[in-house]
Design a protein around this ligand. Structure first.
Ligand SMILES: [Zn+2]
Length: 234
């Protein structure tokens, strides 16, 4: 992987490998959540959301993980797995396997394993998510204070709060008006597809690459804005 290779890469495991060790765990967890939601693994996503806000300890996490492993074994009858890719497994088994991959303490391992379990369905999305959550790791990302005009900040806040990324091209125009000529930033705003935790939005609003993890609304699992928790599993 190289600086030029990052935007052109469509192999999610290679992109993940290029994400630096120093990358914040929150972003990796967001990515894991997106994968779970992408295959409709609602219960594992709900459990991971609870875990991320401290509502599920190691022991409980492990118990759920083992339950999903048992479920996956029960529901895999008749299907087959090609290596690590559950191409022809029943959907319920695929979802249980994604849960096993995701519900573990280490975010990097969870991200890689959940990618392997779901990439036969989500490969394109996975690449788009990774390129939105992580800036090109081979270039330094930074926001010039001159870019942070009232218009830019209002647009970025609007996007973050609403979870509606339709204004991203307008944000690019506002950034350009403020003197931004960073091609990575402008191109991502105009051509990228976006998820909660977009690196450009967080760069503008926090002045650094990574904003705090707020597992609320806008595509991220976890408690709702009023702090209520999702229901406990049966
Ligand atoms: Zn984005």
């Amino acid at each position: 992987m190289s600086e030029e290779g990052w935007p052109l890469c469509y192999e999610p495991l290679d992109l993940l490998d290029a994400v630096p060790e120093s990358a914040p765990h929150e972003r990796l967890w967001r990515y894991v959540l997106l994968n779970l939601r992408g295959v409709g693994a609602d219960l594992p996503a709900e459990l991971l959301g609870r875990r991320l806000v401290g509502g599920l300890d190691d022991q409980a996490l492990d118990a759920h993980r083992r339950a999903f492993a048992a479920q996956s074994r029960q529901r895999s009858g008749g299907g087959y797995s090609q290596g690590r890719q559950p191409v022809s497994l029943p959907l319920a088994a695929q979802r249980a396997r994604a849960g096993v991959a995701a519900l573990q303490p280490d975010p990097r391992a969870a991200a890689a394993e959940v990618t392997r379990e779901t990439r036969h369905r989500l490969q394109r999305d996975q690449c788009a998510w990774l390129k939105c959550l992580f800036a090109n790791p081979f270039r330094a990302a930074g926001a010039d204070p001159a870019w942070l005009t009232a218009t830019v900040l209002a647009l970025a806040r609007g996007v973050r709060e609403s979870g509606d990324f339709g204004a991203m091209p307008i944000l690019a125009d506002a950034l350009q008006d403020a003197g931004c000529d960073d091609e990575d930033v402008l191109t991502h705003c105009r051509d990228g597809s976006h998820v909660c935790g977009c690196w450009v939005v967080d760069l503008l609003l926090s002045g650094k690459e990574c904003g705090p993890f707020t597992p609320s609304g806008t595509g991220c699992s976890g408690p709702s804005r009023d702090g209520s928790r999702p229901p406990a599993p049966a």
